[in-house]
Design a protein around this ligand. Sequence first.
Ligand code: ZN
Length: 430
Amino acid sequence: MWQADIETMGRGAIRALQEERFQNAWKHIWDNAPAQRKLLLDAGVEQNGIRSLDDVHTLPFTDKKAFTKHYPFGLFAVPQGDVVRLHSTSGTTSKPSMGGYTAGDMQHWKDLVARFCAMAGVTKNDTAHIAFGFGMFTGGFGLNYGLEHMGVRVLPMGSGQTEKQLMMMRDMGSTVLVATPSYALYLSEAVREAGVKGDLKLRVGLFGGEGHTPEMAAQIEESLGIVATSNYGLCELGGPGLSGECLERGGMHIAEDHYWCEIIDPDTGKVLPEGETGELVVTPLTREALPLIRYRTKDITKLTYEPCACGRTHARMSPTLGRSDDMLIIRGVNVFPSQIESVLIRQEHIGPHYMLLVRREGVMDTLEVQVELTDGSVLESFQLLEKIRETIREQIRNILGLTVKVTLVAPQTVERFMGKARRIIDERGK
Ligand code: ZN
């Protein structure tokens, strides 16, 4: 373990540490973050109205809209002179959310990333191939800092140039692959086509930047011969390091000494009891540049505080089912792309590449699932095609209670993604 004394703390000691750190974070916001102070005052909250973490559930949320409204640095709690690093979200639909770090935040970041890398079995004797994008995205630099901090040999490859990636992976003897699950899948396909699996020394995958189903992880594991682990974080909350998976694979341990987590009903905002699935809401406890109160992540998950066989005592969050933003509502049914993915990925003759097309025909919403065959010759057998289509349709109907259209397409015709996948085309309202 990277920080065994903290990672195995008793639950009571974790709570006491969280309480102490929350008091500091709360005071820091009132003293140094005027825009956040105003948000609290406008909501009728007074500084001395909150005594402990037990009262946090009464506080208003912070969300992405607050970042947009106070773009770029309005939510910050330190002078810009104390900020040593800026990162941002991609901001495809609005202004990006700016994330910032003081020198102290950077120290914590390194340790938090090192913590989940060690959980996945990475040691200083490994060589890590980072195929995350470098740049404003927190993933590339975050993993770079954490791995280097552990003494791991790091290759900051970035994304793209797949042939060169394979060459370097082979020639450098890379043992750890850092990527989005979508890109890992793409790389695994390239490895298969080039027939170089036997030349690679990969053994661990550290996957983040987007969610993925256990079925997809299994597929990547098989084709690359690795153990795939997930990690999680958001730019607004300090990037990767919020949580990561240990080798017991029973969910991602949350760095509870740095983050206070709640699960809410995304519709009502009410806190849900332990074990129920809802939206993750996070209050960071140690961030200097950008402390926040109850940040809504939009990620759907659940928490468990049960002890883990690895010996770590920190709570675990289940792999995110998807972002509430990605959830499609089709004829009144809530649909997460991950639910469809879990059906597709266990079929024979079908590859893990798919697109979801949502349309409105008259007043009816329709969902078409386009999925790629692994073997083009199947296209010649009408009976087999029909059987595959019917199986997928039936299984999706069982899970979602929704009838969808299934289209099987030729191998290599569905778009591949170097970074985060964009598998939904929603043509309603256009
Ligand atoms: Zn564990």
